[in-house]
Structure formats: C-alpha cells, structure tokens
Unconditional design. Structure first.
Length: 325
C-alpha cells in the first residue's frame, strides 16, 4: 500500500515521504481499516516535528483521525494506532474505540467530526457547563477546532463571539453562525469584546491558541466565567496569574480530551451519540474547506502547521483515481 512515512523529525513538507510499504497487520483487539478519509489536525504537524506528547518510533505514518471501512463493510470513525496512522491507504485502530460514522455526513465530514467536536463538546458541556443564553467567546473561530466550538455553542443556545485573524476568516466565522466577529488584525480584541457584552465580558472562553489570546481572555472573562484551555497553537504556553483569577472570580479549566479514552470511555460513546444526533438534524456540520488526494497530504499538513487554513482539510485516497469524496 502507499503511506506517508516520517523518518526524521522536522517540518511536515520536508520530512513526510510517500512510500510503498507493507499493509499493516492488526494486533490483538485491533482492526485493519481501509481509509476513506483522513482529517488533518494540528497534532499531525506536532508529530512530524517531534513536539507532540506522544512520540511514536521512527518511521511512522501520521494521521490521527479517520473515517474508515472495516473488512465487513462498516463505515466507522477511528483514531488510528500509531505508528500506523491515517495518511495511508490502510490504517490500524483499536476495535473497542471505533465509532459508527454518522449517516448524515460524507466521508470527509465524518473524519472531521471526531477529535475537534468531541473536544468542543467536552470543553463546553462537561468542563464549562455552558448554558443557553450565555456568551461564548471562541478564539481562532474559523479554524478546525474553533469552528466546531462555534457550531456547538450555537446549538446549545449561546451567543457566540468569534475572534479570527483576517477578513477571509472573518467571513467564514460569520457563515458558521457567529453573532459577533472580531478581526484581531484590525480591531482591539479586548475593547471589542467589552463593547459587544456591555462591559460584562464572556461567560465561557474557548482557547485553542494560548499566548496573547489567553492574555486577552483573562481581561474579558465575566464574573464567574470559565476559560477552557484546549491547546497552544500559537506556540506560547501562558503562565496564568492565579491571584487575578481569585480577584476576578473566574475559573481556568484544562481539557485533555484523550484522557477520557482511558479514564471514562463511556463518556466518549455518549458524546458521539449527542454529536450524531446534532449532525442528523443539521445543527452541526464539519467545515471541510478542502479535499486533497493522498499525494497532497504533506503540503496540506504544512498548511495546517502554518495556520493558513480555515475549517478542515481532508485527505481522501480515492481522489487519486478521480472518484467522489
């Protein structure tokens, strides 16, 4: 089969190589899956760089989120078991962790539903307890993680403020349903949020960026507000001033979605059922901005690494043959 291999750590476009390799053999409790679509996540770039919390042995195939097909023809969602990741014609996954792909979504959309939307659901509902009528602020609202949080926030009845970088991303955020869009390149984020909330601030802040975005969050979080720390796409991990959290009476909530796979896997299944129902009634629909063939994976991963994408990019192996995604 063909698979992208990383033999040394570095920038994705430099270290990913498309090679002919042996089709992997699943171990005990694992399944061999034909990859129908693989969604590109920022962790794929971190894996290539050697900066992710998981460091698979070299060489490995990146691709942490797929829509695949089992040998008996079932369409499923899975997080492939590295080193046999999703940027390949076949991947391996733990049988106990695969989930049925929602019928309402095509392969590329389904591949994009799992990590980003599960993270959003756990962050907004399990950790922050978002309620209808509250104000939700989402950083990087037009990106893959942010766009999921925007849709989930709207589905929950929240008023959503989206922070983006640039006019193109602002347009995407509006299409996603943001009630207020703030272009951090053209506007003062802190002033704009205070204006949009009458000085009160945001009840829940969803931050996959870190760095300056977190500093802004601490200045615009409302009384009894909750800042959900999801990641550090900016590359800068902030050091919160806990006396500030005390004086303003807000919460800082960490979210490591992957822990639920081991600590409480039943919640993963429950979340998937909720997401499937939301997808079935059209309340959420992953924004897939681009579908590329397997041969285009390295360039696409680099685009995600560079932060120049909106929504999600999906790698669809069948596109090599001109088939529909």
């Amino acid at each position: 089969m063909q698979a992208w291999q990383v033999h040394e750590n570095g920038e994705p476009s430099e270290v990913m190589r498309l090679e002919d390799v042996e089709t992997p053999t699943p171990g005990d409790g694992q399944l061999l899956l034909k990859v129908r679509a693989a969604n590109i996540n920022f962790p794929d770039a971190l894996l290539c760089r050697g900066h992710y919390q998981v460091r698979p042995p070299l060489p490995f195939t990146p691709g942490v989120e797929i829509c695949g097909e089992t040998e008996d023809g079932r369409r499923v969602l899975a997080n492939p078991a590295l080193p046999y990741g999703g940027f390949a014609e076949y991947a391996v996954a733990d049988a106990a962790a695969v989930l049925p792909a929602p019928e309402a979504l095509d392969d590329a959309e389904a591949a994009a539903l799992h990590i980003g939307y599960q993270t959003g659901w756990f962050g907004l509902h399990r950790r922050a307890g978002l309620e209808a009528g509250e104000t939700l602020l989402v950083h990087a609202a037009a990106g893959g993680v942010g766009s999921a949080a925007v849709q989930l926030g709207k589905a929950a009845g929240a008023r959503v403020i989206g922070v983006v970088g640039g006019a193109d991303k602002a347009a995407v955020a509006r299409e996603l349903g943001c009630d207020v869009v703030i272009d951090r390149r053209a506007e003062d984020v802190i002033g704009a949020v205070k204006e949009a909330t009458g000085g009160r601030g945001a009840d829940v802040i969803y931050d996959p960026v870190g760095g300056e975005a977190y500093a802004q969050s601490a200045k615009v979080v409302a009384f009894e507000g909750r800042i959900v720390v999801v990641g550090f796409a900016s590359g800068t991990i902030p050091s919160p001033a806990l006396n500030h959290a005390l004086v303003k009476n807000y919460s800082i909530l960490g979210l490591h979605w992957g822990l639920y796979n081991t600590k409480n896997p039943k919640l993963i299944q429950h979340c998937h059922e909720q997401l499937t129902e939301l997808a079935a009634r059209g309340a959420i629909k992953p924004l897939v901005s681009e579908r590329v063939p397997l041969s285009g994976a390295a360039v696409a991963v680099q685009k995600v690494a560079d932060g120049v994408t909106t929504g999600r990019i999906a790698v669809v192996p069948s596109l090599e043959n001109g088939a529909a995604a």
